[in-house]
Design a protein around this ligand. Structure first.
Ligand SMILES: CC(C)(COP(=O)(O)OP(=O)(O)OC[C@H]1O[C@@H](n2cnc3c(N)ncnc32)[C@H](O)[C@@H]1OP(=O)(O)O)[C@@H](O)C(=O)NCCC(=O)NCCS
Length: 240
């Protein structure tokens, strides 16, 4: 087989793998394996991250951070995010509102180079559509490409949705009263994992740029309409 055939076969396989859950289950419409553009977030998205987190209600902040974080604490968390070291990614809607985001945190401590911690939040209005699950799948792929073999999730025991996402992916869950620690052992990345990761990033990037252009055009049209309305009103008044 020549190089381009090998490459095509690998991309084809990577595409197929993207339509499967991390547990290897086939695609189910409406489930967490549905195709959703996920965008990698950089420092220029920090304000959007702040806006997203501030929209979480008190009870959700409690589930997300393990305590009822105040606005100030939420802002401090967002300001301290290290977009270079960690993997921070999310899902935008058409209005470029960040409706879901996840944080895969790595440590610089050499002893824990193979570990990462996953945290996620989805706005109430966007829940139950599989976004949480998709962000988790994306984190698993990215973590594997970074050589991570254990992904940790800290969730309160009452957090059925989060524990379900982790359990569906095959995580071991240890309950200690109101807290649950879950961890998922990850196999080493193969070339298909790298391809999936690259394709997911590319799709997320293109989707965001299209949404951005569409939003800019709508804003432009509404400005034009406003100007027209102003001109018409002006004419009307001068005709009176
Ligand atoms: C946890 C959270 C991210 C889930 O987001 P989501 O997009 O609604 O999740 P999904 O739609 O992918 O659903 C994931 C699984 O949980 C199940 N689920 C969703 N909401 C549920 C609920 N309220 N009760 C029970 N199960 C629920 C889904 O059926 C799905 O399981 P399935 O694939 O076996 O059917 C979201 O509820 C959230 O942001 N909570 C606040 C912050 C938080 O708890 N973060 C996690 C700790 S870091």
């Amino acid at each position: 087989m020549n190089v381009s055939k090998d490459w095509l076969k690998t991309s084809w396989q990577a595409g197929r793998d993207m339509l499967r859950t991390s547990a290897g289950q086939p695609h189910r419409p409406g489930s967490s394996s549905a195709m959703v553009p996920i965008r990698s977030l950089g420092a220029s998205h920090r304000e959007r991250v702040v806006e997203h987190l501030l929209k979480l209600e008190e009870s959700d902040r409690y589930l997300r951070f393990g305590y009822a974080a105040s606005d100030e604490q939420v802002r401090r968390y967002a300001m301290q995010l290290d977009f270079e070291r960690d993997d921070i990614f999310g899902i935008y809607n058409r209005r470029l509102e960040l409706i879901a985001m996840a944080h895969l945190a790595f440590t610089e401590l050499p002893a824990y180079k193979n570990c990462a911690e996953f945290g996620v939040s989805v706005l109430k209005k966007a829940r139950g559509r599989g976004y949480g699950g998709r962000l988790f799948d994306r984190a698993v792929i990215h973590a594997r490409t970074k050589g991570v073999s254990m992904m940790f999730i800290h969730a309160l025991s009452e957090n059925t949705a989060m524990l379900r996402i982790a359990r569906n992916a095959g995580a071991s869950i240890k309950r200690d009263g109101s807290e649950s620690e879950a961890y998922l052992q990850l196999p080493p990345a193969g070339i298909d994992t790298h391809m999936s990761s690259m394709m997911t990033d590319h799709i997320g990037e293109v989707d965001y740029l299209l949404k951005k252009q569409a939003k800019q055009f709508w804003d432009f049209l509404s400005d034009v309409q406003e100007i027209r309305r102003g001109v018409q009103e002006g004419r009307h008044q001068s005709g009176e």
